[in-house]
Design a protein around this ligand. Structure first.
Ligand SMILES: *[C@@H]1O[C@H](CO)[C@@H](O)[C@H](O)[C@H]1NC(C)=O
Ligand SMILES: *[C@@H]1O[C@H](CO)[C@@H](O)[C@H](O)[C@H]1NC(C)=O
Ligand SMILES: *[C@@H]1O[C@H](CO)[C@@H](O)[C@H](O)[C@H]1NC(C)=O
Ligand SMILES: *[C@@H]1O[C@H](CO)[C@@H](O)[C@H](O)[C@H]1NC(C)=O
Ligand SMILES: *[C@@H]1O[C@H](CO)[C@@H](O)[C@H](O)[C@H]1NC(C)=O
Length: 291
């Protein structure tokens, strides 16, 4: 009964001041870091965003950082329309320099988070200086390699980079003789996780195609790890929440979706679905009445 009363109060309040729908509660969880906007499903505050992305992003001196099991990455871009982000690892090799000695992060996510974050199929991982004992080269009889080009990006072209001026690489090819190639390109789906020590590799580079733009060689490639994010096909909750002026979040104890409606939280949206907790109800009701 109290819940119904509260809901009614909020609906009439919204009706009186329509602008609260667009500029009010919806900004509770949105934040900025440097020139990047952090919005659903991401958040910098606990309880905001989608639970699959909890404890993932941190803003440190205006630099947005992403933390997963393999380490910390700078977030260079978040594309909300394509649901992707671009990560930078300072110990990743690029066209200008090779970083060997196993210092790169690679890319490994916690198993529980894996469904939510995956490098895109257009993203190539070029594994550098991997030993013949590497799991990459096992199970391919006759010294065939599993290495291949990904979205037109691959090692054969990468060897043309200035970074290789100091090393004469052992080249790629469908079959090798003395040892595996110094660079082996693979899509993420094939390896599932890029763990340099497990793969017994010295380093890696990562690039992604800017398709449909045609780029002229590895000096023009975009270096970084392009990651697709996904809330697992369940966008309807947040859409309904935001449509009623709420901010999408989750209950940090139970990890259930929550719609934050300013002074109270709903399990559905800001027009219905009170969370039945007497203390919360009491204070929310007082706040509602004070307005
Ligand atoms: C954000 O700032 C960085 C430099 O800190 C710049 O390279 C980048 O282009 C900027 N991005 C946008 C979208 O303005
Ligand atoms: C609503 O949920 C958020 C996130 O779990 C929490 O931080 C906040 O305290 C809750 N607000 C109320 C009024 O219960
Ligand atoms: C990478 O693999 C090594 C050796 O198999 C293991 O000890 C380490 O925990 C792995 N790292 C991550 C981030 O999973
Ligand atoms: C990748 O593409 C290059 C041409 O850009 C070609 O020479 C090379 O053989 C290809 N490598 C593989 C492994 O298919
Ligand atoms: C989305 O989540 C709701 C509960 O929040 C659940 O009832 C529904 O089945 C989910 N839909 C999909 C497609 O997972």
């Amino acid at each position: 009964m109290a819940c119904f009363l509260l809901t009614t109060l909020f609906i009439s309040f919204h009706a009186l001041i329509p602008s609260i729908h667009s500029s009010g509660h919806a900004s509770t969880c949105r934040s900025f870091c440097g020139n990047l906007t952090v919005d659903y499903p991401f958040a910098l505050r606990s309880g905001c965003g989608h639970q699959g992305f909890r404890e993932l992003l941190f803003c440190i001196n205006d630099v947005l950082m992403l933390h997963i099991s393999s380490g910390s990455y700078r977030v260079l871009d978040i594309d909300y329309a394509y649901e992707s982000l671009v990560l930078h690892d300072p110990h990743m090799s690029t066209c200008d320099s090779l970083v060997l000695g196993g210092r790169g992060n690679g890319f490994v996510v916690e198993p529980w988070r894996a469904p939510y974050l995956n490098p895109t199929p257009d993203n190539v991982f070029m594994l550098l200086g991997c030993s013949a004992r590497s799991p990459l080269f096992q199970g391919f009889p006759g010294k065939h390699t599993p290495c291949r080009n990904v979205s037109g990006l691959g090692c054969e072209e990468y060897y043309g980079c200035p970074a290789w001026d100091v090393i004469d690489p052992r080249r790629d090819g469908p079959v090798y003789r003395s040892g595996p190639p110094d660079c082996c390109a693979m899509p993420y789906e094939t390896i599932k996780s890029v763990n340099l020590s497990r793969l017994d590799c010295q380093g890696y580079s990562s690039a992604y195609s800017l398709a449909p733009l045609k780029v002229s060689g590895p000096g023009q490639w975009a270096y970084g790890i392009q990651v697709k994010y996904s809330v697992q096909g369940n966008e309807s909750f947040c859409r309904a929440c935001e449509a009623t002026g709420g901010s999408c979040g989750y209950d940090i104890d139970g990890n259930n979706d929550l719609c934050m409606c300013g002074t109270w939280n709903s399990t559905s949206n800001c027009d219905t679905g009170c969370v039945m907790q007497s203390t919360q109800m009491h204070s929310a009701q007082e706040n509602g009445l004070q307005r």
